[in-house]
Design a binder for this molecule. Structure first.
Ligand code: FEO
Length: 397
């Protein structure tokens, strides 16, 4: 598909995807965007595709190049949704050179397992002339992997941003001026930002600053609509500016997440909440029975908390599965040193608390005391102890 006379779309639409990377909801599908940049002398492909779409990707490349061979494959970031099909591409075009950042070279070696793979590291600011079209590589680390970079083609005012400014959203046409369900699109932009860039607000700011120094009419993303000056580009930039500058509420956020098979751990949750509020009456201490809420929302609340409390009964010598699911969405970059406390009712041996403790230690949170446990139904005395446990936790904050 021709986007501009020298930039063609080689990407693949996947409107049926509903879960990305095992954990991320994609209600509106996604696209694996990739591009061919055609210079008068040389050609470059930018991004590849997921392995499962290798055939479609190769067909699109052949069509875009119209008999020419690619000289370069630029990988702005090497996560397998963009690189799974690279081995296939190399088999078809063994003479192309893969251009990646220094960190990207390490990842591609691990992905291709081919010591003779033609990988070349490009540095921040380096340029490659394709003949009337210039690729300029701009380091953009942690947007969202250490290897991430942008590629700029000044002659087209085109910035290839990879995941940055993208979305898991798919419509039949890839331009932002052709979006039919704008509310759905903007919802997916926010979810994507939270999941992919939420842990890296400082790097997002730097990325936006780098973009501000460039003349950009097109942001060629690697997922979702292509952004244009005439379409949503400025809106998305403004949203990103707002997202990464979001201030935390002044009120302390101390959510209590729990599961409760027979209501006993739930009773403890309530008593611990009251204990926390007795010391910090202004704090926000919401109770969440995790099976009654959207897990991604709970994970976001945990990640934005000032401190948090987890409660689980014991089943099969372990914490309950929803608690592990909750912790699977923890922002491991920003969670270290966050104060956390554990509690739970149990019947036989109570392994849930030590199991969660072990996981939280791996995450390097500040664990408060030994987890608070009671056997089966909490007595009035147990509830009073749970209240005191919550109060001591609040005093420690
Ligand atoms: Fe779309 Fe981070 O890969």
């Amino acid at each position: 598909m021709i986007l501009t006379p020298s930039i063609h779309y080689t990407g693949v639409l996947n409107p049926n995807m509903r879960v990305f990377d095992i954990i991320m909801r994609t209600e509106y599908g996604t696209s694996y965007n990739s591009y061919a940049v055609l210079g008068s002398e040389k050609t470059a492909l930018i991004e590849a595709a997921h392995l499962s779409f290798g055939d479609n990707y190769l067909e699109n490349v052949q069509q875009a190049l119209n008999g020419r061979s690619p000289d370069y494959l630029v990988l702005n970031h090497c996560e397998p949704d963009h690189t799974g099909a690279v081995a296939r591409l190399l088999s078809a075009y063994p003479n192309l050179t893969i251009l990646v950042s220094r960190a990207g070279a390490l990842y591609m070696k691990g992905i291709l397992n081919n010591p003779s793979a033609p990988i070349r590291v490009v540095n921040d600011g380096e340029e490659i002339d394709l003949g009337g079209k210039t690729l300029k590589f701009i380091s953009a680390p942690f947007l969202h992997w250490p290897d991430s970079m942008f590629t700029y083609v000044k002659e087209e005012k085109a910035l290839f941003t990879c995941d940055f400014l993208g979305s898991h959203y798919c419509e039949p046409e890839v331009w932002d001026t052709r979006i039919h369900y704008t509310d759905a699109y903007f919802n997916s932009v926010k979810l994507y930002y939270d999941c992919i860039f939420g842990p890296f607000p400082g790097y997002v700011q730097k990325g936006l600053e780098k973009m501000a120094s460039l003349d950009v009419d097109f942001a060629f993303t690697s997922h979702g609509p292509i952004l244009t000056r005439a379409g949503e580009l400025q809106t998305i930039l403004d949203l990103y500016r707002g997202y990464c500058a979001e201030k935390k509420p002044i009120q302390k956020q101390i959510p209590v997440f729990y599961c409760s098979a027979y209501g006993n751990t739930g009773l403890l949750a309530g008593a611990i909440k009251e204990g926390i509020l007795s010391v910090l009456p202004q704090a926000n201490v919401p109770l969440y029975n995790v099976i009654e809420h959207d897990m991604a929302t709970l994970q976001g609340l945990l990640n934005q908390s000032d401190a948090f409390v987890l409660g689980s009964p014991t089943l099969n010598r372990d914490a309950l599965a929803p608690m592990w699911l909750l912790l699977s969405g923890v922002d491991a970059i920003n969670i270290p040193k966050r104060p956390a406390a554990l509690f739970g009712s149990y019947g036989w041996s109570g392994e849930a608390i030590p199991a969660l403790e072990s996981r939280l230690k791996t995450l390097k949170v500040n664990l408060f005391e030994e987890g608070f446990r009671v056997v089966l139904v909490p007595s009035a005395e147990d509830l009073s102890s749970a209240f005191a446990f919550g109060a001591r936790f609040a005093q420690s904050l």
